[in-house]
Design a protein around this ligand. Structure first.
Ligand code: HEM
Length: 282
């Protein structure tokens, strides 16, 4: 989690701002431990971001930049630019991107005509603006903002579950080491109930990663709309159904193997694990 948050802050600041619902950047930025977003909030207006929130101060600056006083950019800083903090606005990035994109098209033409001089000049233009290349495909600055609510709630669900798992783990470890975990049947049930929540946390994390990076297929370089395949939908459907059938067959095979093994049970006299458990018990 720590490493992911650090990487996102350094390379996908808009995703991080959406994950935490930060509209205006701040030093000593906190993490919202619990928050309900104001659904009518839009970038640039002066409405409150949260209807209710509890924030852990400094936590986001530490997680994102590994420095408690550091500045974390918000959606509005990234959208409109913040000169003081060296953040370039999306409008300027779109203009730079369009220059790079045009230079790229011209480069191809120059190459077709074997015009080396023009190619070198255009290459320089592309290199100067390459970090804004993908913005040239955008039509409006707002397109650079991912769906904020979905990213925010998925992130917070994942972190809440991750924190709960950690507490459960510490409790179970303590009881197991104290050798009396079997007396705490409710804790054991809690462990069983926790199993599907691991998958829910993983899916929530995946939503954060994929929804939060919109509109990019490759950050700042290739928007999803441009990256989309031009294969016909029939081709996509065929490969989808092949995968669906293959994995469903594998799932059925795996479940039937597991059920058969469970029904068979332990072969006590031949199982070293069982023998050592029994010896330990004695
Ligand atoms: C305090 C706890 C946690 C923190 C701070 C945290 C942080 C993060 C962050 C920042 C991302 C976004 C990465 C990106 O977009 O590149 C992420 C993604 C993800 N997280 Fe968590 N996470 C936590 C707990 C968990 C737990 C408990 C699970 C699963 C059991 C989980 C599974 C995932 C998955 C599957 C992804 C998507 C990775 C990818 O597709 O690149 N996380 N997490």
């Amino acid at each position: 989690g720590d490493e992911s948050a650090y990487r996102v802050t350094q390379h996908q600041p808009m995703k991080l701002a959406a994950m935490e619902g930060i509209y205006q950047g701040e030093h000593r930025a906190g993490i919202t431990a619990f928050g309900i977003l104001n659904p009518s909030k839009q970038p640039g207006d002066d409405k409150e971001v949260f209807l209710f929130d509890i924030t852990i101060p400094y936590a986001l600056s530490i997680l994102g930049n590994r420095s408690p006083d550091s500045f974390v950019a918000g959606i509005e800083d990234l959208l409109y630019g913040n000169e003081e903090k060296g953040v370039v606005g999306i409008d300027s990035r779109i203009q730079n991107g369009k220059i790079a994109l045009q230079a790229f098209k011209d480069y191809k033409e120059a190459k077709a005509q074997n015009d080396t001089e023009a190619m070198n000049a255009l290459k320089e233009v592309i290199q100067t603006h390459i970090k804004d290349f993908g913005y040239g495909y955008l039509h409006a600055p707002q397109e650079a903002i991912p769906p904020i609510a979905l990213t925010f709630y998925s992130f917070h669900l994942m972190v809440a579950l991750g924190s709960a798992f950690f507490v459960l783990f510490v409790v179970v470890l303590y009881l197991a080491m104290a050798n009396n975990i079997v007396q705490f049947r409710k804790i054991l049930w809690l462990c069983v109930i926790a199993i599907p929540f691991g998958y829910i946390a993983a899916e929530a994390g995946w939503i954060v990663a994929e929804v939060g990076r919109q509109p990019w297929a490759i950050q700042d370089l290739l928007p999803v709309g441009i990256a989309a395949t031009n294969l016909s939908s029939v081709n996509v459907q065929i490969s989808f159904f092949i995968f669906a059938i293959l994995f469903t067959t594998l799932l059925c095979a795996e479940i039937s193997i597991m059920v058969r093994s469970i029904k068979k049970g332990f072969e006590e006299e031949h199982t070293p694990l069982m023998q050592s458990v029994q010896k330990g018990g004695k």
